[in-house]
Design a protein around this ligand. Structure first.
Ligand code: AGP
Length: 612
């Protein structure tokens, strides 16, 4: 969740550092700071609050230096104050370090550092690392790289660390364990950052760093070594995004831009997924026919919105491939001793690929012998790198904290996996597969149709701006959609919102209905179970008790009892979530606007939760 940047090169370091931190603001933060590499003694400035506070503090005569590190902090240990902000500096005032993650053995480390005479000025876990690095550097002839290697051998937890020392200001050293760190390769200048958005306007050449790899950059060199000092060949790659993709593209907010990018994101994720002979192309799965046919169970693990994609996976995989599926909240999964066998396929779903709860669940599953397939939107992030296989969605950079286009592409990914499994184990014929794939191909156009008619919904939403409770009802595969609608509203409008299975209404939640309570119901597709009729009964029940009912219903479907109907194009039942979710995203977006909230960086939230 914290933003990490380092720069060395011909520019005056403050400019690229502040620019980079601004591009990382979307990660969510509550303080910021920089340290400049000045020979002999560092220049350090840090402030609680937004980046503007730091920029105001820097509006002074600054030393012209060409290297430095910068940080945006999302508070974990210690509140968001000036003194808890990073960088943290050793007692000589010469070594500065910034950190993303949690040092799990920091309290013991703090005691050890105090015993060595270091005086503390903050409540953070990171300050202990500044003193540890300072001592280790002195023990190793002033070599900051060796000091970093030795420090990592002592530290436990998840961290990205980047440090600089005033005696060698053109050298910046970094290391990563479970948290992201990438190198940006410029012309006569180099960058370190939590993610490529920080330097993409300077260079699209990047190097991914692996677990416990230590990197040293100067303006002209990049050296990567393991903890024993062995040199590691850089794994360079070209960033596929361009700088504009990480900007708002004319939309008021990243979230609105990303809602409107959904047709393209879905289309891109579907490209090339059906061969000429009607075979679903999922080479990434890298599982033989025998392995797929031997599967006894699939367990999906994820958090938040990605978990709702996992719930949809259950319906699709069981319906099409007849393989049993469990869906688990990642933070619960490993603590209940799940039954995992070699015939278990674990599917992790994560937009960022850095969610610590999901990463730890993946590790648990792998240690128990499961094969792990990850659905992810962020290339070379940690979770895909620790999985056996990865299916990348092609949503492009998702900057807004509230996930939208990533979710729809995750749905597409789970549909493709379900079809592939059904094709391999013979549960569906090639013709059935082709028919369903063609229906998937039609989804981008149908999403476009919804987006072209959102203005009335946006106006309607504003009429609910003063409401503090909104309920969402869904049945069958509409139930995860109801949960997602509620989550979006919680995280954006900061109001009490809950999603329920329609059949649960009379088992308690109906007591919540008061005069004027908004209830949004996702009307199922008519089927042999008459689920649509059951939902229409639910609508009557809540309306009879004063609810203001908004129904999401397909074109042409007769709806009784609703005050408002939001129409979506016709689609088969299992694919309806891709379309029904879009109006709920718009509803939450508009409620946030109407309530004056920060749409792209909602309070208390971060784009990627990289701590447990
Ligand atoms: C979604 O709107 C939320 N921001 C959050 O629930 C998110 O989906 C969750 O933290 C999982 O993130 P991931 O997909 O990057 O793992």
């Amino acid at each position: 969740m914290c933003g990490i940047v380092g720069y060395c090169g011909p520019q005056s370091a403050v400019t690229p550092l502040i620019q980079a931190l601004r591009r990382l603001e979307y990660r969510g933060y509550d303080s910021a700071g920089i340290a400049l590499g000045v020979r002999g003694k560092l220049f350090v400035e840090k402030r609680a609050g937004k980046l503007a506070n730091l920029e105001n503090a820097l509006d002074i005569e600054l030393p012209v230096v060409h290297s430095g590190i910068g940080h945006t902090r999302w508070a974990t240990h210690g509140g968001p104050t000036d003194r808890n902000a990073h960088p943290h500096v050793d007692n000589d005032g010469k070594l500065a370090v910034i950190h993303n993650g949690i040092i799990e053995n920091y309290s013991q480390l703090r005691l050890t550092m105090q015993e060595r005479g270091h005086t503390f000025s903050s409540d953070t876990d990171t300050e202990s690392v500044a003193y540890l690095l300072s001592d280790l550097r002195k023990e190793h002839n002033g070599d900051l790289v060796v000091a970093m290697r030795e420090a990592v051998k002592i530290l436990r937890g998840s961290f990205t660390l980047v440090a600089i020392h005033a005696d060698n200001p053109d050298v910046i050293v970094g290391v990563r364990r479970n948290s992201p760190l990438v190198v940006g390769l410029g012309e006569g200048e180099n960058f370190l950052a939590s993610d490529v958005a920080a330097f993409i306007n300077h260079t699209k050449r990047a190097i991914e760093l692996g677990q416990d790899e230590v990197v040293m950059i100067t303006p002209t060199t990049v050296e990567i070594t393991d903890l024993d000092g062995a040199v590691i060949a850089p794994r360079e790659y070209e960033i596929s995004w361009d700088a504009s993709a990480a900007q708002k593209g004319g939309f008021a907010h990243f979230m609105l831009k990303e809602i409107f990018e959904q047709p393209k994101a879905v289309a891109d994720t579907l490209i090339g997924r059906l061969s000429d002979n009607k075979q679903i192309v999922l080479d990434e799965l890298s599982m033989s026919v025998q392995e797929i046919r031997a599967l006894k169970k699939i367990t999906v693990i994820a958090c938040g919105t990605a978990y709702h994609a996992g719930m949809i996976a259950k319906y699709a995989i069981e319906k099409w491939s007849k393989i049993p599926v469990d869906v688990e909240i990642a933070s619960e999964f490993r603590y209940r001793d799940p039954i995992i066998t070699p015939e278990t396929l674990v599917i992790a779903i994560s937009q960022s690929g850095e969610t610590m709860d999901t990463l730890m669940a993946v590790r648990h599953a792998k240690a128990a012998g499961a094969r792990v397939l990850t659905i992810c939107n962020t290339h070379s992030s940690t979770i895909p790198r620790e999985s056996d296989a990865v299916l990348y969605t092609h949503a492009g950079p998702e900057i807004a904290v509230a996930s939208t286009k990533a979710l729809l592409t995750q749905m597409i990914a789970v549909y493709l996996i379900a079809l592939h499994l059904a094709q391999v184990n013979g549960a569906l014929t090639d013709e059935q597969i082709e028919g369903l794939y063609i229906e998937l191909l039609a989804l981008p156009g149908k999403i476009e149709m919804i987006l072209e008619t959102v203005e009335p919904l946006r106006a309607l939403t504003r009429s609910f701006a003063d409401k503090n409770t909104v309920l969402f009802l869904g049945r069958n595969i509409g139930y995860p959609v109801a949960l997602e609608g509620a989550l979006k509203l919680k995280e954006l409008a900061y109001i009490h919102a809950e999603g329920f299975a329609g059949g649960e209404l009379k088992h308690g939640p109906i007591a919540l209905i008061e005069e004027g309570t908004p209830v949004i119901a996702i009307l199922p597709v008519a089927d042999e179970h008459a689920l649509d009729q059951k939902m229409l009964s639910n609508i009557q029940e809540v309306k009879a008790r004063g609810a203001c009912v908004i129904v999401i219903a397909q074109d042409g479907v007769h709806v009784e009892g609703a005050q408002h109907i939001i129409r979506i194009p016709v689609v088969s039942a299992l694919l309806q979530p891709v379309l029904a979710t879009v109006p709920l995203q718009v509803f939450a977006y508009e409620m946030a606007l109407a309530r004056g909230n920060d749409v792209d960086q909602p309070r208390n939230l971060a784009k990627s939760v990289t701590v447990e």
